[in-house]
Design a protein around this ligand. Structure first.
Ligand code: IYR
Length: 219
């Protein structure tokens, strides 16, 4: 057993404004984040992607196992392979796998099996979750942990002026195969990241957010 050791909580940088004001500003930042499917091919440096992954890796995780792995792909040939494999899965999804309710729910988003953005975006960040450690040890709350880190990734990308999409081609097994990932990892989400195209549009439908009284219950 490792004995616990504690250090004082480091002092936080003082925002210098009231929490209400800080939250109004932060909400304004978050509110303008959108899922984007129309990317520019404008390049993004590896350093910027590293900075975003470094932010995502500040997430809490079960027993601090940090079970996220970020595979960052800019190689055009690999992006093409991912696009072709994803489109194959999506064709099956739109033709057969999705039921009528799912297709009705997706209709206002205008999505289809064309995933050309997977080749146009300068980077595809494929997030894997570990279900076991490299040495076969246990992982706790893998979905929660990796989900939180992906949320932080999205916010970091937005703060950096970039756009992302949380893309989940289903099933995603092809990603582990294609990227040669070890047996203890499962694909979690595929995040194209870059700048929006000049003519970028986003679905109006996804603009709305439920009011606070519908999503929060104060006792
Ligand atoms: N993976 C498909 C379908 C899709 C599913 C959901 I749930 C969305 O919110 C959006 C799309 C696709 O990417 O087209």
């Amino acid at each position: 057993m490792t004995e616990p050791r504690f250090v004082p909580l480091p002092p936080r940088h003082d925002p210098g404004i009231a929490p209400e004001e800080a939250l109004r500003a932060f909400h304004e930042t978050l509110r303008t984040r959108r899922s984007v499917r129309m990317f520019s091919d404008r390049s993004v440096s590896r350093e910027v992607i590293e900075g975003i992954v470094t932010c995502a890796a500040t997430a809490p995780s079960g027993a601090n196992k940090q079970p996220w792995r970020f595979v960052c792909v800019s190689d055009p040939a690999t992006k093409r392979q991912i696009r072709l494999a994803a489109e194959e899965e999506e064709r099956a999804f739109y033709k057969r796998r999705a039921n009528d309710e799912w297709l009705r729910d997706l209709a206002p988003l205008g999505t289809d099996e064309d995933k050309s953005y997977l080749e146009i975006a300068p980077w595809l960040v494929v997030v894997f979750k570990q279900v076991r450690t490299e040495s076969g040890g246990q992982i706790y709350y893998a979905d929660e942990s990796v989900g939180i880190s992906v949320g932080m990734f999205l916010v970091a990308a937005h703060v950096a002026g970039l756009v992302t999409l949380t893309h989940t081609p289903s099933p995603m097994k092809f990603l582990a195969d294609l990227l040669g990932r070890p047996a203890n990892e499962r694909a979690f989400v595929l995040l194209p990241i870059g700048y929006p195209s000049d003519d970028c549009e986003v679905p109006e439908h996804a603009l709305t957010r439920k009011p606070l009284d519908e999503i929060a219950d104060f006792r």
